[in-house]
Design a protein around this ligand. Structure first.
Ligand code: HEC
Length: 140
């Protein structure tokens, strides 16, 4: 499937004129390459839904957690709320999820240092929020 798509996209690039593509193929290709080319403006909460609906090009919360957050949040380094620590997360979500999300996206320091986006600079806001959701979901 991916190979096929890559071939089609490759063809598209080589042949600047989209000769042999039917309208249906063309719109299929267009809809598949859209998420990567679509700019998600910061603070636009509709982006997550759009990306997910278009085929899930965004990294999952679990992926982001494992690649960017686990280092501190698995062991609680520097006072980071640990994955699985229901009490710690409850105290944090009590102030409202908006604040928790923005703290994760922008970074903050209260007792320790939470770097902006957990240092995942290539992560979109939505991906960081998905990672927050993942941690909270697994800390109940
Ligand atoms: C370098 C270590 C480090 C990394 C990497 C890191 N965090 Fe944190 N995080 C912290 C620390 C420390 C705190 C607690 C800060 C405090 O309370 O002063 C924290 C707190 C948080 C909180 C609680 C916010 C609140 O309002 O209390 C969230 C949510 C969070 N991190 C999400 C993430 C996500 C998502 C990632 C990965 C994309 C991530 N963190 C990566 C260290 C880290």
């Amino acid at each position: 499937m991916l190979k096929k798509l890559a071939a089609v996209v490759g063809l598209l690039m080589v042949c600047v004129s989209a000769w042999a593509l039917t309208d249906k193929q063309y719109s299929e290709v267009e809809s598949r390459i859209q998420p990567a080319g679509k700019v998600c403006l910061q603070g636009d909460s509709s982006c997550g839904a759009a990306v997910a609906a278009a085929g899930g090009a965004a990294k999952s919360g679990e992926d982001v957690y494992k690649s960017s957050c686990l280092g501190c949040h698995a062991g609680g380094a520097g006072g980071a709320p640990k994955l699985g620590d229901a009490a710690d997360w409850k105290a944090r979500t009590a102030k409202g999820m908006d604040k928790v999300y923005s703290n994760a996206i922008n970074g903050f320091s209260n007792i320790g240092m939470m770097p902006a986006k957990g240092l995942c600079m290539s992560c979109s806001d939505d991906e960081v929020m998905a990672a927050v959701d993942y941690m909270i979901e697994n800390s109940k």
